[in-house]
Design a protein around this ligand. Structure first.
Ligand code: B1M
Length: 288
């Protein structure tokens, strides 16, 4: 326990000394500072310390004080205390969201849950993130929650799919520099569900890795996903390297930032706007 302001007695601009001294003391193990809670720089120092040392998990306290507009839980607003799936995803309530997904699957088509609830919730989070109303730790929480729901849906889809002999092999990858893989994973599950063998190279995949994998595994259909304007160039570079190496393959491209025009411009063979379209393309390609 330490009275942190006495130290600056007799100095000008005491506040500057006090909050810096407070941070030094906190990093040396101070548990309880005695300080004036009405001085913003002092409370801000404590909040920043908790954020930087991860005592404030997921930056919840920091964001609620400095992130502008606050979200209020439904119970607190007096609205219905029950939460629904979009609310659970938007607020990062992983367990609740996974349970609600399992319940919904009893009466709703799996892909309808994805298209009508999961994707809109992610879109909303993305739009708020862009406007600066939602912050990265919250976006990560939302994405993690959507992934937990998707895991439930994936297991359901795979358990109900036909277990036939493979109809063909397809490589999937999220391009270099891009770690967004939720969309690619949906494409994968749907393709597998329709009987295709998917070699999933994951996210942030190097151009050469795609080329090597296609040659080594004798794969003739390759799917690339990109979610950011900044990683479209990686998609183009991957296509280019596949062509330069004369890999005998057709290429499907997709992802929120990709358009049919762009696909044509970079020399891809197909553009798929969603997971279902990638299945239609695979069917056309393999003739089954
Ligand atoms: Co970020 N992110 N993100 N993000 N993120 C976006 C893409 C963004 C648009 C948000 C925004 O600002 N509005 C923005 C990109 C802006 C731009 O283009 N320049 C953005 C940014 C900036 C970033 C970071 C840079 C943030 C930061 O660090 N400051 C960082 C990027 C890091 C990196 O990649 N190097 C980042 C990180 C993250 C999280 C980790 C928090 C998380 C990703 C978690 C994960 O994927 N494992 C995340 C998320 C969730 C999003 C948003 C909110 C949602 C993306 C998503 O999953 N959508 C996104 C905003 C948005 O898109 N509304 C955003 C749902 C998914 C099912 O849709 O992937 O489009 P989608 O897939 C669809 C179709 O497109 C299609 O089928 C799917 C199902 O129908 N499809 C294919 C996709 N791939 C296909 C391939 C095919 C065929 C169809 O054939 C092969």
């Amino acid at each position: 326990v330490l009275g942190v302001s006495n130290f600056s007695f007799g100095l000008p601009s005491r506040e500057i000394v006090n909050h810096n001294f407070l941070m030094m003391a906190l990093t040396k193990g101070l548990d309880l500072p005695i300080m004036n809670p009405n001085i913003d720089s002092m409370t801000a120092t404590v909040r920043a310390y908790k954020l930087l040392t991860n005592i404030d998990k997921n930056s919840v306290d920091f964001i609620s004080h400095y992130g502008g507009e606050k979200k209020t839980a439904p119970a607190a607003t007096g609205a219905k205390a029950e939460i629904d799936l979009p609310y659970a995803i938007e607020n990062g309530l992983k367990k609740e969201a996974a349970d609600l997904t399992a319940k919904l699957l009893q009466e709703t088509e799996a892909m309808n849950i994805v298209n009508d609830m999961l994707i809109p919730a992610l879109d909303k989070a993305g739009a708020e993130f862009e406007k600066g109303k939602l912050f990265l730790p919250q976006l990560i929480q939302t994405a993690g929650t959507a992934q937990a729901c998707f895991e439930v849906i994936k297991n359901y889809i795979l358990s109900t799919g036909e277990k036939s002999v493979s109809k063909g092999k397809i490589i999937l990858a999220t391009v270099k520099g891009d770690i967004h893989d939720i969309g690619k994973n949906i494409v994968k599950v749907l393709l597998e569900n329709y009987g295709y063998d998917v070699i999933d190279l994951g996210k942030d995949v190097d151009y050469q890795t795609v080329v090597d994998c296609a040659i080594e595994n004798d794969v003739h259909l390759i799917g690339l996903s990109a979610l950011m304007t900044t990683t479209l160039v990686s998609m183009e570079n991957t296509v280019k390297l596949l062509r330069e190496n004369n890999v005998d393959c057709k290429i499907i491209v997709g992802g929120a930032v990709v358009t049919a025009d762009y696909a044509e411009q970079i020399g891809a063979d197909y553009y798929a706007k969603d997971a279902k379209e990638s299945v239609d393309i695979a069917r056309k390609f393999f003739g089954n």
